[in-house]
Each structure stands twice: as structure tokens, then as C-alpha cells.
Design a binder for this molecule. Sequence first.
Ligand SMILES: Nc1ncnc2c1ncn2[C@@H]1O[C@H](COP(=O)(O)OP(=O)(O)OP(=O)(O)O)[C@@H](O)[C@H]1O
Ligand SMILES: [Mg+2]
Length: 279
Amino acid sequence: MTDTKIISVIQMKGGVGKTCCAVNLAAVLAKNFDQRVLLADFDPQTNSTLSLMHEKEWLKWDRAHGTMAEVMGMEKEKKGDKTSQNIQDYIVKGVCERIPTLDLLPSHLKMTFIDTILASQPGRERIFSRKLKKVKDQYDVIICDCPPSLMSVTQNALCASNYFMIPMQPDYLSTVGLKLVLDRIAYLKNSLQLNVKCLGVVFTRVRGYLNYHALTMEEVKNQAPFKKLHFFNTYIPENITLSEAPMQTLPINVYDSSSPGAYAFRSLAAEVAGRLSLV
Ligand SMILES: Nc1ncnc2c1ncn2[C@@H]1O[C@H](COP(=O)(O)OP(=O)(O)OP(=O)(O)O)[C@@H](O)[C@H]1O
Ligand SMILES: [Mg+2]
């Protein structure tokens, strides 16, 4: 049996680089660290999905197979279309031609209203973890890209995970946000009886020329509520190449492996691999 490591990338704040971290960490672990990786997109914005698949290709996949929406028990929008009970049928194998060991479970915009749909369903937080059992052993690492909220899809990701990882920008409001997200995860851990640990906080979108960023990164680590928290040594710089790569539906290590962004993700992946004893 594989000791699969499942990591949710979580942050209530939007636009901090969760998707950028999820996609590129998944791709680097698969390509540069020989891991069998599944990237699971829980966000109705479908950003992870569209970072690796052209829109037309994704629409075709949705019509022929389905997405996370059906995994979570939603009906197909076109009446009469059959849905499968097997999660395997929704996974895009080898989503990136150059990385055969990277698979993707794509998302769908219709998950926007999933909270209302699941509201009265008992055990709604564990739908994903129940379905995942069928394929879990096929992967060394599963990375869940979550939306900027802790609502039902994120709860589903957390229930299935052994670890969560928090990307944050080094500024004042993000420091406040870190406290809030940790507080809410602690609440969920308690109320849902979860066995999920913090893998670490990673600073993202760091602008080297801003003293303020460097200062905040140092100060946050020493603040009382965060003293026991692991902060990755690697930070992800603000790097235009990281925002260009999704336009070509490629992860950074394939799009431009010599960019500062690619270098940072290799370094972050090495830290993650070390902490999880992957290699
Ligand atoms: N390190 C970076 N350097 C440059 N651009 C970045 C970086 N990280 C993310 N971006 C860009 O910033 C935008 C927001 O990033 P991303 O989608 O990863 O954030 P997010 O936290 O997942 O957002 P959301 O909360 O909406 O899910 C995207 O256009 C992305 O390409
Ligand atoms: Mg995102």
C-alpha cells in the first residue's frame, strides 16, 4: 500500500498564489522528483485546471467524462448524461505531455453553488475522501488546490488530507489573515475530527526590492501565535514568467525551467520532499 501524502493548499485570502503553488509544486514533484502526482482542483474558478488544459480541451473532457463537480455528487447539466461512480473516470492522465506522471482532476464552474446543494446531505465533508480511496494508492502525492474560503469543497479537501500548506504574501493584512485561517482550520479539525497537520507557510509573490517584504517575513516568524509554525526557507518571488506559464497551459518547469520562478519551485519542492521523506 502506498503511503500517499495528501496536501491541501489553503488560504482564505484571494490572489495570494495558492493555484500557482499547487500547480507548480505538483509539476515539479512529478517531473523533477519522480513522484506520481494527482492535482485535484476544488476551486469553481477552475484556475488550476486551465493552467494545464486549454479551455476547449477541458470543455470536451467535461462533456465526455465530467469533473470534480460529478465526483462531489452533482448532476450533469445536460439531462440524460450518465455520471460514473468511479473517480478514476474523471481524472485526466498525463495532463502535461512532458510530465507523464502528473494527473489532473479538473474542476467546473458549476461548483460555485455546491454549498447549497450539499447543505442537507449528511457526511457532506467526506464525499471526496470516500471517493478518493479507489485511486489513492496510484499516487505518491496528491495536491488539492482550494478556493479562497473554508466552505464545503475546502472542507472536503481537508478531510482527505494529511497536511495543509498556507501560501501568504508578506504584508500586514496577510499576517492578520494567517491568524484567522489557522484559527478556522483548528476549529474544523476539532469539529470534523480531522488528522491534518500544517506542512508549512510559504511566502509568495515576494518582491526582493521591498524592504517591507523582508521585514514582514522576519517579523511574522517571531510573533507569538506563529512561533511553533513551520515557515519554508524558500520563498516564491514575484516573477512575470510564473504568470505567463498558464497562458501556454504549462507549469513553470516546462515553460521556462531557467526562470527565477522555476528555481524557487524546485527549491520549495526539495523542502517539501524532505519534510515528507518522499525521496
Ligand atoms: N509569484 C508570482 N509571480 C507573478 N505572478 C504571480 C505569482 N503568483 C501568482 N501570480 C499571478 O497572480 C494571480 C493570482 O495568483 P493565483 O491564482 O495563484 O492566486 P490564488 O491564491 O490561487 O487566487 P484565488 O484566491 O483566486 O484562488 C494569477 O494571475 C497568477 O498568475
Ligand atoms: Mg486559486
